[in-house]
Design a protein around this ligand. Sequence first.
Ligand SMILES: Cc1cc2nc3c(=O)[nH]c(=O)nc-3n(C[C@H](O)[C@H](O)[C@H](O)COP(=O)(O)OP(=O)(O)OC[C@H]3O[C@@H](n4cnc5c(N)ncnc54)[C@H](O)[C@@H]3O)c2cc1C
Length: 436
Amino acid sequence: MPSSRTVHPDSQPAPDSTVVGKALAAVCSSVRDGGTEDVIEGVTPSFVASPGSTEEAAALLRTAAEHDLAVVPRGSGSRLDWGTPPARADLVVETLRMDKVIEHAAGDLVARVQAGTRMGELAGVLAAAGQEVILDVPGTSTAGGVVATALAGPRRLRYGSPRDLLIGITIVRADGTVARSGGKVVKNVAGYDLGKLYAGSWGTLGLITEVTFRLHPLPGARAYVTAVFADLAAACGGVAAAAASPLVASAVELGRSSPGGPLQVGVLLEGSADGVAARADLMAALIAGPGQAALSADAPDWWPGSPATDGGTLIQVSFWVSALESVLGTVDAAARSLEVTATVSGAAGAGVVYVTLPPDVAADVAGRFAGALRRTLSHERGGVVVLAAPAAVRATLGEYGGMTGPVPSVRLMRAVKDQFDPGGRMSPGRFPAEGA
Ligand SMILES: Cc1cc2nc3c(=O)[nH]c(=O)nc-3n(C[C@H](O)[C@H](O)[C@H](O)COP(=O)(O)OP(=O)(O)OC[C@H]3O[C@@H](n4cnc5c(N)ncnc54)[C@H](O)[C@@H]3O)c2cc1C
């Protein structure tokens, strides 16, 4: 009889794998033993199951509850190493067999998909009708993973994040209960808005099995206005002016590859061809003065793609846009005093930037860097979150506020978590600690 390979820090006896495996296989047509390809930050799950429908997923989670299994949802698996690693993972529930676009109501500008649908697959279906889900995420990401991580790209400035573009959701709670919220219409006021809870839940509240997105028409034309600034205040002024301008930027991005180095500011304008061209000229003059900015129909090389770590430490800083100069000054000061290279990129116009430290930065230095940002920036809306870091860095973060730093609403979040997952079996350990 194979024994569970999951570490149980609370020293509970490991579930009997044979009995559990048979019980899972009785309710789900795709169940296998976990292998090396399933390891999540050092934790090997005992089983991986791929339900094909909400009903199958519900039966699976009911069975998992009967056997007290720790469950970790997985989409394409690209970001399982982000956030605090799960302490236990008896069962990974993978959504990739739930991959159908259930309905595209082009006239209503909504699309309902199963959670394992790849965003690229959905984009292809929508493009045929001249529509899109405006989240700027990679085509390989699953719809459920995008909602669960609540990540959004450059155009969050104008269109918001998954939380804003989600109008309906179906979830399976830890005990196997299915719940639905929202629906096909953009204004839907009946019942609790579960979508708001599950956006950013990182697999801690239950399994998302279906989502309904609000759509937008594909723009007729795009223009990128870019400028390079040597002066921090001038760059921040350009970002603030672009973000607040009635020229209606879809995105205002910033990139800096070294502390104190030049700052790239880029603005995306979308709309009809004539309108975009005229707005781009005005935007160029607004952010950098006449003749100082470049115009292009294609994104510049540095235009943010993934907030990637490449094995280093990735920190997300959220702030009021008016505090951008202070945020960048704080990053520079911490980088200089600790002698590290910190790159900065992100949706500065929407108040979110990503700071990356390379993998060769000593663990205690990376920890002190995060601590320095938190000490100085905690009053600027408090958002300094370590999204991903090598294990050695994570081990030093305890004295600097852990991965999340102080979470003012953590008690309320814990109360919600206890309602949805009273046994604490959904991605245990990922949830911010009380007092964090
Ligand atoms: C601008 C931008 C660019 C990006 N570029 C890249 C890139 O180039 N490459 C890349 O890999 N990523 C990139 N990302 C991140 C990408 O959006 C995430 O990887 C994606 O959202 C996660 O999808 P996934 O299917 O891989 O989820 P997973 O990595 O499988 O899961 C992520 C988290 O969500 C939970 N989860 C997943 N599915 C469910 C579900 N159905 N129910 C409940 N919880 C669930 C998991 O437990 C885990 O905690 C980018 C993001 C942005 C905003």
